[in-house]
Ligand binder design. Structure first.
Ligand code: GLY
Ligand code: MN
Ligand code: MN
Length: 445
């Protein structure tokens, strides 16, 4: 860690301690106890899934591979890390904690998971224990996570506001993603299959399923119309017309979430539509400002995308009519984005306050994941799209809205699947900071 980063990290910890102090007081608890989590096994099998650390654990510690460990925080005291380093020759044993962050913790090394108990607070009833049920393990009956709602409400609500350290981590995650995206575009242009592009991405990002914040979406041609397409054909199509890639990267537990769409033909109409969505997307990113209701950005995005649909003669009705009748939703059937940070879809997207309550989604927009008013420190994705999805377009016909759509034009665009452009954007006191554009503007290797 550089001196600057150590300072940011120390300040980040101070923020977490202050938040935990209030959260514990709200819940009436004396200690915050966070198990890092344990491996999950496939049903009737001894194969485990990639381990995913408890986000409450990695919020405090830049450690993402330490199952069976615990964080204990008692207001006024140094936080304690109970770190499991088992005697194990089957798996890689987590390295002994090192780095400048260790000076902020009292660290107890344990060799058996059960030994954590000797270091956990004596009275479990006074602990807010945040985690998944299975973290309890049989032996820890008393330390089964209780996930008290007032504590979670407070911590989750405030997690939307990233500390400068967290923004720095997300910039690093963006470097990872941008490396991968650049290699993926090269692979697409050289005729690789979806599988080949995925491998090129992982190679350049130097990450795979163990580290990536979500499963890569690597879609050629019509596959771009499947919102969460993760099949990855092994063979390249005879003709690759278009490429939609939604792939991220992680750094010390923080995620980036990036989507780009490319056309094989730089002079064609599909490229022109990508350019139009790209320009509209930049306008939406500029709407990320303190005080702006994120729902507003989502609803405005519908209008902007309907305008593009009209410009490209895909619809016959005015943008406001397309939005009102639900025609725009058939082409743009997901939310404009979500909060991002420790999780690619960060928690508390609907939180009305730090003591509970939720903010409803606008009627007719069930897939929006964030309904809060933006404030400085929030990081959100802005990810408009236009897709040609048979199922949704057919449904328009069934609703009597067939005449709103230019079906000949739909048929022309269908072989390209769809377009999505996604950036991660920081809300500040002034203009938004677009981590993704910033990342692409720099020549990372
Ligand atoms: N990569 C998933 C999403 O964009 O939300
Ligand atoms: Mn996203
Ligand atoms: Mn994405």
């Amino acid at each position: 860690m550089s001196a600057d980063l150590s300072r940011l990290y120390a300040e980040h910890l101070a923020t977490l301690r202050a938040r935990a102090d209030i959260a514990l007081e709200r819940g009436g608890f004396a200690h915050l106890v966070v198990p890092s989590g344990t491996a999950h096994y496939q049903v009737f099998d001894d194969r485990d899934y990639p381990y995913a650390v408890n986000p409450h654990f990695k919020a405090w510690l830049p450690i993402t591979q330490a199952p069976g460990s615990w964080l204990v925080y008692t207001p006024g005291e140094r936080p304690q890390l109970i770190f499991l380093q088992p005697h194990d020759y089957w798996h890689v044993v987590p390295e002994a904690p090192s780095g400048e962050w260790v000076e902020h913790f009292d660290i107890r090394i344990i060799r058996n998971a059960e030994d954590a108990k000797q270091h956990l607070p004596r009275n479990a009833a006074r602990c807010a224990i945040l985690g998944e049920a299975q973290s309890a393990l049989g032996q820890y009956g008393a330390f089964a996570p209780n996930n008290p709602q007032p504590v979670l409400d407070y911590l989750h609500y405030h997690r939307a506001f990233k500390t400068p350290y967290e923004i720095a981590m997300m910039r690093e995650a963006t470097r990872v993603g941008v490396r991968g995206h650049r290699a993926a575009e090269r692979a697409f242009r050289s005729g690789a299959s979806e599988f080949g592009i995925h491998l090129a991405y992982c190679q350049a990002a130097r990450q795979d399923a163990n580290d990536l914040p979500y499963n890569n979406i690597i879609a050629l041609n019509e596959h771009g119309a499947v919102l969460h397409y993760t099949d990855r054909d092994r063979m390249a199509p005879r003709q690759a017309r278009s490429f939609l890639i939604d792939a991220g990267g992680s750094h010390r537990g923080y995620a980036c979430d990036i989507t780009r769409t490319y056309a094989a033909d730089p002079g064609g109409e599909f490229q022109a539509m990508i350019d139009a969505v790209d320009a509209a997307q930049l306008g939406m990113c500029a709407q990320v400002r303190a005080g702006t209701d994120y729902k507003r950005i989502h609803l405005d995005a519908h209008l902007a995308l309907a305008r593009i649909l009209l410009d490209f003669e895909l619809i016959h009705v005015a943008p406001d009519v397309a939005v009102e009748t639900g025609v725009s939703s058939a082409f743009f059937p997901h939310g404009i984005g979500h909060g991002i940070g420790l999780q690619v879809h960060d928690v508390a997207g609907f939180a009305a306050s730090d003591s509970g309550g939720s903010i409803a989604k606008p009627d007719g927009h069930p897939y929006l994941r964030l309904t809060r008013v933006l404030e400085p420190g929030m990081v959100v994705t802005i990810e408009p799209g236009i897709y040609f999805i048979d199922m949704l377009l057919e449904a328009l016909k069934n609703k009597g809205l067939g005449p709103s759509v230019n079906w000949d034009r739909v048929a022309q665009f269908k072989p390209y699947g769809g377009i999505r452009i996604e950036d991660d954007v920081v809300c500040t006191e002034g203009d938004a900071v677009n981590l993704t554009r910033e990342g692409f503007a720099v020549g990372f290797t």
